[in-house]
Design a binder for this molecule. Sequence first.
Ligand code: FPP
Length: 269
Amino acid sequence: MTPKPYTHKDAVPYRPLDWTGLYPPAYPKGAVPNHVALVMDGNGRWANRRGLTRIEGHRAGESTLLDVVAGAIQAGVRHLSVYAFSTENWARSPDEVRFLMGFNREVLHRRRDQLNEWGVQVRWAGRRPRLWGSVVRELEYAQRLTAGNDVLTLTMCVNYGGRVELIDAMRSIAEDVAAGRLKPSAVSEKLVQRRLYVPDMPDVDLFVRSSGEQRTSNFLLWESAYAEFVFLDTLWPDFTREHLWRAIDVYLDRDRRFGGAVDAPDTAL
Ligand code: FPP
């Protein structure tokens, strides 16, 4: 089923990527992280500190997401994955859960044409059971609408959890083994990767979390095995594309060894 078309009430003004007049630093060629994972944390605290409800905080986070997507494109990031609703978020109050479900649907609806205009390919990663049908329909519609775009892939992680993603992958492998379609010895990293929600999602290079919390909260566990982690204190509604660029600056100063090592005794001693 095709979600309802735009109505005047949904309209959000289109903007060019650089509507803020800000530009990222000139990064060295090939140095920008290919895949950035983003935990958009701090909406509730931002709102409560202003005497507002948590829901108002989520509302304020919508424009941040658009700003950061635009900033990621400007910087040359090719994949951006955002944690929009986790499998653990069902534990929140029924009102907040209801709001977040409807909000995910509305944000996709309101912003899909703008994202399409920017050349963003929208994808969904997550578990289908329990997720509202109307949210799945918006996600699938946005995926179809933007399927031909290749400027940046925006993966909306909705009803997503790193552990359940691995459980779902293990189940599908176990079923194939039990049915004799697969030998246990054929289970490899590549095979597990192919059973993930988005099999061709590249490994995360840079994992950013706003709000000062320093944990992964079950986000992209497999995909972030060798990610560089950058935690910024800013709450999500106050976050801007410049914070993303700051995180990229920190990333560029990191020494990524992927388990390898180079012997380099200090000759100045
Ligand atoms: C985390 O803040 C945020 C969420 C669980 C919601 C996801 C993000 C948004 C609503 C902003 C963009 C919109 C979409 C649909 C992607 P929190 O509620 O955990 O804040 P707290 O840690 O201060 O309580």
